[in-house]
Write a protein that binds this ligand. Structure first.
Ligand SMILES: [Ca+2]
Length: 196
């Protein structure tokens, strides 16, 4: 009797383990660390200066809303949950400067999905023609240029496929593509194995 119980327990544990393993396998893991900025100003490199007052061009800060940094900027929530943190950028006129960079390990010959969200963060009435534009790069190859719409706080998600070929690491960069100095927000940067 005791033996049967033990077998049943082992079988039950095995089924649970299998279910957990399948669940883990089915959910793609984001390889980017702190891509949602919930951990604050860490885990990435920037050619811009961290400045919570955004006191000059070529600065950035991590906050819950642009308005929390400067009262002239619009108030809107992050892309992750609406109440989390985002990277808020005051760009310079120099294009191609790196705003955000992180290197992650990848498997060769694998399709990955790169995604992120981007929103304009200037009051619409003041800077109508100064549209924000950023380029998303992997290993210095441009994946996509994303231009924000006129309305501040309207998040635009972009999704691109990237094949790692023979590479074992991916350096993801977001660079300024605009020649305007303007304000915008970035959130939810992700690189994960693409589901077949
Ligand atoms: Ca976020």
């Amino acid at each position: 009797m005791k033996l049967i119980n033990l077998r049943q327990i082992i079988l039950f544990a095995g089924v649970i383990f299998l279910l957990i393993t399948l669940k883990i396998t089915a959910t793609p893991t984001n390889l980017v660390v702190n891509g949602d900025f919930e951990a604050g100003n860490q885990d990435f490199i920037s050619g811009y200066t961290h400045d919570p007052s955004l006191g000059a061009n070529k600065t950035y800060a991590i906050a819950n809303s642009p308005n929390a940094l400067n009262q002239e900027l619009p108030s809107f929530g992050d892309y992750t949950s609406g109440t989390g943190k985002m990277m808020i950028v005051r760009s310079s006129r120099a294009a191609n400067e790196t705003i955000w960079e992180q290197t992650v390990s990848v498997e060769p010959e694998t399709d990955y999905q790169l995604s992120g969200a981007f929103a304009r963060a200037v009051p619409r009435a003041t800077d109508n023609e100064r549209l924000a534009k950023v380029g998303f790069y992997i290993n210095d190859g441009l994946k996509e240029n994303v231009e924000a719409g006129e309305d501040p706080g309207v998040w635009q998600e972009f999704v691109e496929t990237w094949n790692s070929d023979k590479k074992t690491s991916a350096t993801i960069k977001i660079r300024n593509s605009s020649s305007f100095d303007t304000y915008f927000a970035i959130d939810d940067i992700s690189l994960e194995v693409k589901n077949p």
